[in-house]
Design a protein around this ligand. Structure first.
Ligand SMILES: Cc1cc2nc3c(=O)[nH]c(=O)nc-3n(C[C@H](O)[C@H](O)[C@H](O)COP(=O)(O)O)c2cc1C
Ligand code: SF4
Length: 761
């Protein structure tokens, strides 16, 4: 039976095929199609996944999905290219690479909370190829450590930059070893310079890259208490900074300023290893120690002086500087009027300081109550306005302000014309006034609406001792605040901390102050020279004036009508007062070094006026005539008086006027000649040839002698005997200040908008 069944199977299968072949063929076809479709779809997906994005040749690297945004940033720091991936993986430690980065980029606006440190830990970093900087650094650390005994300044730790992992100190700040006290680090970097490739070049690249690295904060070292750089260089082969002197130290200082968000605690020190390195380094160390002590006492670093220019960074700073130091007064005026700056130095306008707001209108209570009141009460708008402009008000009627030339000189960018003419270094000069009030309202005054006016002293009188101590303290405070300003030189900063000159000309009328002679006596006692500027409206006070190193009278016109138009005096008898002052000046010819200060306003007091001025010179016979082009302030008062930028003379016009005046004086038999010039501030000096053109040096060559012998002046004052201006004439005027040479000290550096050296014309 079984054999029969098997024999029938093919026939049955054949029967089944014939009965269902259509269904079978259809099912097979559908199944085949499904399989093909699945295979096709799967192969396409695999292809897409393997194709890298166009133009993005990245490493195939699996990246972990991180649990939080912070972790994601940490991951960002570890990979060059962060993209979220579906492949979950445990985060891995960063591989050892050229640069390890920790921490994410913080928002610029996030303020860093400053805590007052309990102690300061100085870290001394140095680089040395030849070994000399190493020796300096070790000695420096030893001395600092000795100086810091029993103080809140810890013994310094010293590090050789070549043995450091930069990342440990220059991407983030290390954790203090002793956490029990709030310890703040203070970085001190002693850097030589090499114009060849050394490890120092790598260090600089590291600092630069860290600042520019988009993954980290641009200022990751801002938690430092402060930093300062000291450079060693060789002036013999690299004589100036432009020629490479200490170039790498200057670079380090620049990047450190950026990385610390301007925590430069003390100006960069630069020393010539062949000349003054030890002395400069020890001066730098002394300055630093005092700053660290201030920091440990919670006094902070200071933020720059308001009104004296922002403590802006290199790059930006030059632009700001250029705004102020443009070449000719005309450009300066244009820029200033566009900025509507009200913070300029009154020196720019010839020392006149008039004022349209009467003090009595600013405080009702002062008028109502009995007894003399404060000239500038703290609550008055006048006080607010002056302090906003950068003045420090001392007592009730005195003021002091840092002059822009002081800042310029601290940075080695030139002093004002008084350096070229009389040897006054601007960084050692204090600009102050014992009377913020004035009796004129000159059209070109920058202070419109900011200081009180009056014809008589009707206010409370502060004692001279209080004024003297107050102005000095405020001046020093402001100088100290400039120590972090980019480019400030440590040796000039140290010199700036000893006032040598005082210009009593800031704003207001200094001679108005009833105790002016006592105040002058105090200045001289401390060997501070005095330059006093008055407006020729107070003859009695002028007549009673005691010794002054140099006495100025502002001469803004040569006839009554022009004087009324320009100075807009409050006194009705202003011309009589003016004339009396001319006679008093003549009487003082042999006791005081007197100066006429002429401020030229084109269209007002230049044209055809040389003769008129010559007449006044003949009457008063001053030692010198300083001629300066006006700087236009762009106020509505000035505009109301018909003053526009067209009234600002060019230097050539000022020069032409001076030559005309010289000729007019000659015609009157007066022998005045051009003793010096300072083209940069549009100022030329005429001097009495009979008194100041003298034989000089061993060969007795005739030279101008406009400089002042300051030590001799103090000696004469202290002798108590009568003396005259001829007794303290100084050395010959420097050649670079002579007529035709421009008057810019070649040892200083003029810079352009970008901080590049600028040729001195
Ligand atoms: C090859 C070489 C290049 C130098 N380049 C500069 C330079 O560009 N600017 C500079 O002020 N001094 C330069 N110097 C002087 C050194 O900065 C100076 O001698 C310094 O004290 C060296 O310090 P060190 O002995 O610690 O390496 C250079 C010295 C050498 C030997
Ligand atoms: S004399 Fe002194 S106050 Fe006057 S501009 Fe020069 S530095 Fe400034």
């Amino acid at each position: 039976m079984a054999v029969d069944g098997i024999a029938q199977l093919p026939a049955e299968l054949l029967f089944l095929w014939h009965a269902h072949r259509v269904e079978v063929l259809l099912s097979a076809g559908v199944l085949f199609a499904i399989v093909r479709l699945v295979v096709h779809w799967r192969s396409r997906k695999a292809k897409v996944a393997l194709t890298p994005p166009l133009a993005s040749p990245v490493d195939e690297k699996s990246v972990a999905v991180l649990p939080s945004a912070t972790d994601a940033k940490a991951q960002l720091a570890e990979t060059d290219h962060y993209e979220p991936s579906v492949t979950a993986k445990k985060p891995t430690r960063p591989k050892a690479g050229p640069k390890r980065v920790t921490g994410g980029k913080k928002a610029k606006s996030s303020p860093v909370r400053e805590t007052v440190p309990e102690q300061i830990q100085p870290l001394v970093f140095y680089y040395s190829l030849g070994g000399s900087t190493r020796a300096y650094a070790e000695r420096f650390a030893e001395e600092l450590s000795r100086q810091s005994e029993d103080s809140k300044i810890l013994s310094p730790e010293t590090y050789d930059l070549t043995e450091l992992d930069y990342d440990d100190f220059f991407i983030s700040i290390p954790k203090p070893k002793d956490d029990s006290k709030r310890t703040a680090y203070f970085y001190l970097l002693l850097i030589p310079s090499y114009d060849i490739d050394t490890e120092l070049s790598n260090f600089l690249t590291h600092l630069q890259e860290t600042h520019h690295d988009f993954r980290i904060d641009t200022a990751p070292l801002q938690q430092l208490a402060g930093y300062s750089v000291f450079g060693f260089g060789d002036k013999q082969d690299w004589p100036t900074e432009q020629q490479g002197f200490c170039s790498q130290a200057i670079e380090v200082d620049k990047w450190m300023s950026k990385l610390t968000a301007r925590k430069r605690a003390f100006p960069i020190g630069l020393a010539d290893v062949k000349r003054n390195a030890d002395a400069s380094l020890s001066e730098w160390r002394t300055g630093l120690k005092s700053i660290m002590e201030d920091l440990a006492e919670g006094k902070g670093l200071g933020e720059g002086v308001s009104g004296s220019g922002e403590a802006v960074e290199s790059g930006d700073e030059d632009e700001a500087e250029d705004e102020e130091e443009s070449d000719d007064s005309f450009t300066r005026v244009q820029k200033k009027s566009a900025k509507k700056s009200s913070t300029d130095d009154v020196e720019d306008i010839g020392g006149k300081a008039p004022i349209p707001v009467d003090f009595t209108t600013t405080s009702k209570t002062a008028v109502q109550s009995s007894g003399p009141k404060a000239m500038v009460p703290k609550a008055s708008p006048t006080y607010g306005s002056l302090t906003k402009q950068g003045y420090s008000i001392v007592g009730t009627h005195s003021g002091v302000k840092i002059c822009r030339w002081t800042k310029s000189a601290l940075r080695g960018r030139g002093s004002c014309y008084k350096f070229s003419f009389y040897g006054i270094a601007s960084h050692r000069c204090m600009e102050a006034t014992p009377s913020l009030s004035c009796s004129n309202k000159c059209v070109f005054c920058w202070r419109h609406g900011t200081n009180p006016v009056g014809t008589t002293w009707r206010w409370q009188v502060d004692p001279p001792g209080m004024i003297f101590e107050g102005i000095k303290a405020e001046h020093y405070k402001k100088i100290k605040m400039l120590r972090g300003v980019p480019g400030v030189r440590s040796e000039r900063f140290a010199e700036g901390m000893r006032i040598r000159h005082c210009a009593l000309s800031l704003v207001g009328e200094p001679i108005f102050y009833p105790h002016i002679n006592e105040l002058l006596g105090m200045l001289h006692k401390e060997h501070i020279s005095s330059f006093l500027v008055c407006n020729a409206q107070h003859p009695d006070q002028l007549a009673a004036l005691g010794p002054v190193t140099q006495l100025y009278v502002s001469i803004d016109a040569s006839d009554k009508e022009t004087l009324r138009k320009i100075d807009r005096p409050l006194h009705r008898d202003f011309w009589e007062r003016f004339m009396r002052c001319m006679d008093i000046l003549r009487e003082k010819r042999d006791t005081h070094r007197t100066v006429f200060r002429l401020t030229l306003v084109k269209g007002f007091n230049i044209d055809e006026e040389a003769e008129g001025y010559a007449k006044l010179v003949e009457q008063a016979q001053p030692s010198f005539v300083e001629v300066k082009g006006v700087t236009y302030c762009g106020t509505s008062t000035a505009a109301g008086a018909g003053l526009t930028m067209q009234n600002v003379p060019f230097y050539e016009e000022v020069s032409a006027f001076v030559l005309a005046l010289e000729a007019a004086l000659k015609r009157r038999g007066l022998d005045y000649g051009i003793g010096a010039e300072h083209a940069h501030s549009c100022c030329i000096l005429l001097a009495d040839r009979s008194r100041y053109y003298l034989p000089s040096g061993e060969n007795g060559e005739m030279r101008w002698h406009t400089l002042i012998d300051y030590p001799k002046f103090f000696e004469l004052v202290e002798s108590g005997k009568p003396f005259g201006p001829h007794d303290y004439i100084g050395d010959a005027t420097p050649e670079w200040a002579a007529w035709g040479n421009g008057g810019f000290d070649p040892r200083d550096q003029r810079v352009d908008r970008k901080g590049r050296p600028k040729a001195v014309e």
